[in-house]
Design a protein around this ligand. Sequence first.
Ligand code: CUA
Length: 158
Amino acid sequence: MNVSFYEKLWMWASGALIIAFVTTILVGLAGSALQPPSHVETIDPTKVWSDGRFQHRGATLTPDGATVVIIAMMFAYQPAEIHVAAGKPVTFRLTSADVTHGFSIVGTNGNTMVVPGYISQFTTVFHTPGEYLVVCNEYCGLSHHLMSAKLIVEGAQP
Ligand code: CUA
């Protein structure tokens, strides 16, 4: 079988691209210590308001950072305003009382889906004090576009 030079060139170039893509995934996983979401914690979606893990909603501050507990529902977050400190790790724990919502802290890397029946958890650090908008980025119904919250990152006390 006679394969033309240019045909071979394209085949090898395609192969090299695949190897390059797989390499970036492996480097991202191992080299940059990126971790795919691995936190799996379930909850009865009909009982989130009485579940002990969601009784104390809002931010609980500790010397090492904060834990923020939030329930998402059509079409709001409870609580709708959160205060945390800059420069310290903040762990968010969220669940939904009804349908799938999003939780995206605009301008930061804080972003998760909030799926009924599961507890979404992620930890991040806010380096820049200020007021951040939190929006729902999963279509959840007619007033999806109104679903938002406010995150206030307070600067270090002098
Ligand atoms: Cu909640 Cu869109």
